[in-house]
Design a protein around this ligand. Sequence first.
Ligand code: 5GP
Length: 225
Amino acid sequence: MSAEPGIEPAASGRPNGAVQRRGLMLVLSSPSGAGKTTLSRLLLERDSHLSMSVSVTTRPKRPGEVEGRDYHFITPERYRALVAGDGLLEHARVFDHYYGTPRAAVEGALQDGRDVLFDIDWQGTQQLAARARDDLVAVFILPPSAAELERRLHTRAQDSADVIARRMARAADEMSHWAEYDYVIVNHAVEASLASLEAILRAERLRRERQIGLFEFVAGLQAGA
Ligand code: 5GP
């Protein structure tokens, strides 16, 4: 993606040195199996201004998952200490486990004009909206059909039949929150959904209120500077 006025992060500095941008929080939520993990990975690969918020969780590590990349795997005691110390930007119980977003990494990134991608559920999204609505861009990913959702859940070999059945039940609950999101993408095809996500990100980066220093920049233009 080529550089364009107004979409450079604050830290990189633009040629005119004036218009910089505060980072945004791009949240992707969906029922399990709608393709969100694949979309997140591809978006991160293609967009160097975006980094993933790595959550903490008390659930056990699945085969193939890497500490510090997929999650920070922590004990319930550590989790309780983080909550008590206000170290999490949002936190929620999902299934039988606890999840949360470490605050410091996100706040630092936003201040530096870097965008942060979140894979969190509707509970976490509501908390981010309550705390920082102006920084939030919330996208809900829907599967193309119930049959496809079930098929995708069954091809996920990592989970037991019991877990799959409970995920199907929870999918309905998660999906009931779709209308709380700014954007909704029906994931018929990965490439098209990815293009939609990139379009959302591109437009949201250009929002007037995210561009720091515009008043001064325009004043300079008007003064013939
Ligand atoms: P999984 O255990 O399959 O990785 O994730 C289960 C659910 O927890 C997913 O819907 C995921 O979006 C959500 N989740 C993961 N991390 C967080 C977090 O930090 N906060 C919240 N609220 N939800 C999370």
